[in-house]
Design a protein around this ligand. Structure first.
Ligand SMILES: Nc1ncnc2c1ncn2[C@@H]1O[C@H](COP(=O)(O)OP(=O)(O)O)[C@@H](O)[C@H]1O
Ligand SMILES: [Mg+2]
Length: 289
């Protein structure tokens, strides 16, 4: 396990793009399923694209791949074809909105679930090719501690762990930190709290979880933002369109943009009183700022 993770990290760090830069890579994961990973991965990719970055979104959830459904596109081939059948990556990559590229997976690619270590190394190699073209790579994963999820988490630069305030989701998030964090050689994990009713609820959930993590594990996680419960999210899912595009002025979209800026280390915009006033108007479906 350790050996392979090291190999994956070496593969990743060996790659440089033409300009000598390496793409920044984020794994989006969670302990419990259904907490909003895929929506975060997709809309975060679009928010990064909005900020001017070239983004590749990789669906590495071989259990419940659904980024293609969230985007309303039909994949010709899947990551399984690349990893197990040697299909060139370019043949399966799809064009998404705002110039993002989607590397689709496919539900029920059972072969990948039981794939040997070499398959995951091949997957990492495929991602390495992608990173030559991208500024940012976002990888959506399955929930829980499967081997593939661990490998992805250990090989990307950063891990964004998603949870909701639900106690079961929080306990599962703790389990993920316990296993992943110590293996990431000091690279701390980002925590995003989804489906909260307010910022203070998010801060409270984070505070409690962080306290337990530091007390029992001696580790730290970073609070990287929250997403408010927002009816626009399921509405956009039903229309197979990302909420950031369909409802750019929604509460969820504002939260998402804030998370994207935070993850890239872009300072928060100064929001004066008049901007906040406009913002309230905007959230009622008025102006865009
Ligand atoms: N902030 C939110 N507000 C309201 N509903 C949400 C929010 N985030 C996610 N959801 C709902 O949760 C469902 C599952 O989200 P999804 O991104 O598919 O989770 P995962 O990838 O973790 O399984 C979505 O279809 C949506 O209806
Ligand atoms: Mg998902």
């Amino acid at each position: 396990m350790e050996g392979q993770a090291k190999h994956l990290r070496e593969l990743l760090s060996a790659h440089r793009s033409a300009e000598g830069r390496r793409a920044r890579s984020f794994t989006i994961t969670s302990g419990k399923g259904g907490v909003g990973k895929s929506n975060l991965a997709l809309n975060l990719s679009l928010a990064f694209a909005e900020l001017g970055h070239k983004v590749f979104l990789v669906d590495a959830d071989v259990h419940l791949a659904n980024l293609d459904m969230l985007l309303g596109v039909k994949p010709e081939g899947t990551l399984g074809d690349v990893v197990l059948r040697g299909c060139p990556l370019e043949e399966i990559v799809l064009d998404g909105p705002m110039g993002i590229k989607l590397v689709p997976a496919s539900s029920g690619v059972r072969e990948l679930l039981t794939a040997e270590e070499w398959a995951w190394v091949k997957l990492r190699e495929a991602l390495d090719v992608i990173e030559g073209e991208a500024d940012i790579v976002v990888v959506d994963t399955a929930a829980g501690l499967s081997k593939g999820v661990l490998d992805m988490a250990l090989s990307t630069d950063e891990v964004v762990l998603v949870t909701t305030p639900e106690p079961t989701a929080v306990v599962d998030a703790y389990a993920m930190v316990k296993v992943i964090s110590p293996q990431r050689e000091g690279g701390s994990m980002h925590l995003v709290i989804n489906r909260v009713s307010s910022q203070s609820e998010a801060e409270e959930v984070f505070g409690k979880l962080n306290q337990v993590i530091s007390h029992f594990l001696g580790l730290k996680v970073r609070f990287s933002g929250f997403i408010l419960e927002d009816a626009c999210v399921p509405k956009a899912v039903a229309r197979q369109s990302p909420f950031l595009l369909m409802y750019p002025n929604s509460k969820a979209s504002s939260c998402l943009r804030r998370i994207a800026r935070g993850l890239l280390g872009i300072p928060e915009e100064r929001r004066g009183l008049w901007v906040r006033g406009l913002s309230r108007l905007r959230d009622k479906g008025g102006v865009e700022i």
